[in-house]
Ligand binder design. Structure first.
Ligand code: SF4
Length: 136
């Protein structure tokens, strides 16, 4: 079984970028450590051999901060199969009026949003693993 790659964008200095990274870590380290793993987007973009090998032809989930979709585009350009593209900006629509924090630290609300988002994504990981297994 190949682990699903969960790859966040590199939005530095923006709360949505921080949330994307924390969500990916929550999925891959806590909620689905045996079925998912993350890959450094910078390595994907710069063509690092190991990163390319992990992504090419593999099921990936990307988590972008904003509609620029840097992770989704880079992973697809590298040959990853992007099964789902998430955007923090969309997730925040379910939490209108909440202050998630800053580019360097999350508030309690911000962490709660990350936890919920990560739970949703870990269900998607399980779905993709099953699909991949069914498809041999
Ligand atoms: S998707 Fe948006 S937040 Fe993330 S790296 Fe690109 S521009 Fe920055």
């Amino acid at each position: 079984m190949s682990k699903v790659k969960v790859i966040p964008c590199s939005g530095i200095g923006k709360v949505f970028g921080l949330m994307a990274r924390e969500t990916a870590l929550c999925v891959t380290n806590q909620l689905a450590p045996y079925t998912s793993e993350t890959v450094c987007l910078a390595h994907v973009v710069t063509g690092d051999d190991l990163a390319k090998e992990k992504v090419q032809g593999r099921s990936c989930i990307t988590i972008d901060g904003c509609p620029a979709l840097c992770a989704a585009k880079s992973v697809a350009d590298t040959g990853g199969i992007v099964k789902e593209k998430y955007r923090v900006v969309d997730e925040m629509r379910h939490h209108r009026g909440k202050n998630a924090g800053t580019g360097t630290s999350l508030t309690e609300d911000g962490w709660q949003i990350v936890d919920e988002f990560a739970s949703k994504i870990s269900l998607k990981v399980a779905e993709i693993i099953k699909e991949d297994e069914d498809n041999g």
